[in-house]
Design a binder for this molecule. Structure first.
Ligand code: DX5
Ligand code: ZN
Length: 215
């Protein structure tokens, strides 16, 4: 069964606890947290205090997507803040292997991510160390963009590589997932779909999540 990881980037931050609990009650498996530094991506979002304060309110799986340059500088602080899954971009880091090892040594789940134009092969040297691989289906930086269709070929290719190597990491897709695109993402091989506007932009979160799961 496909998992849904609603991106709190699209929630009402003045009611963060309520919004998080509402999507979890509505059937979300993870909570996706988009951390942006204004350098790796041309946008800023939130960091440690928001994650740590929400950590005190829920046992949910925090799926933390670091869109930051040199994530090795901060990964330990994200672990301390309460991240369960930490995703770093291959494009932003010159020591991916070491960072993944640090995450796993803390008994957290490690993931790598590639933007649409980065070949999926760039994740291959790290697959043994990954609990998840995130395939961006839009250019990282903003919620509410349209899914780029060719990115789903990368999902297919990654799934084949996983089978070939007998590995078991989850494949996550992020960006532009909605009732029109979800079926294609599932068909391509996604195990987890991030959804921001397609969940928080709807009145009924349960219905929104069910629509994606049953696409
Ligand atoms: C984009 C972020 C996404 C984004 C998804 O940089 O990584 O997680 O919030 O938003 P939607 O689902 O609205 O495309
Ligand atoms: Zn994300």
């Amino acid at each position: 069964m496909i998992k849904i990881s609603p991106s709190i980037l699209s929630c009402d931050f003045s009611r963060l606890e309520e919004e998080a609990k509402a999507v979890l009650d509505a059937g979300a498996e993870y909570l996706h947290m988009d951390v942006m530094d204004g350098m790796f991506v041309p946008n800023m979002s939130f960091g440690f205090p928001i994650i740590a304060s929400l950590r005190n309110k829920t046992d949910a799986v925090f799926d933390v997507h670091l869109m930051i340059e040199k994530p090795e500088r901060y990964v330990e602080r994200f672990i301390k803040a309460g991240a369960d899954i930490i995703t770093i971009h291959t494009e932003a880091c010159a020591c991916v292997k070491e960072v993944l090892e640090t995450i796993r040594a803390a008994r957290k789940k490690a993931a790598v991510c590639v933007n649409p134009k980065t070949p999926i092969e760039y994740t291959y040297p790290y697959l043994d160390l990954c609990d998840m691989v995130l395939v961006m289906t839009v250019q990282a930086g903003y919620g509410g963009q349209a899914l780029i269709p060719y990115t789903l070929n990368k999902v297919r290719q990654l799934k084949e590589e996983r089978e070939r190597r007998g590995l078991s990491f989850e494949i996550e897709v992020d960006g532009g997932i909605n009732e029109e695109t979800a079926a294609a993402a599932i068909e391509a091989g996604a195990d987890v779909m991030v959804a921001g506007s397609a969940v928080f932009g709807k009145k009924d979160y349960k219905q929104a999540i069910n629509v994606l799961k049953n696409a």
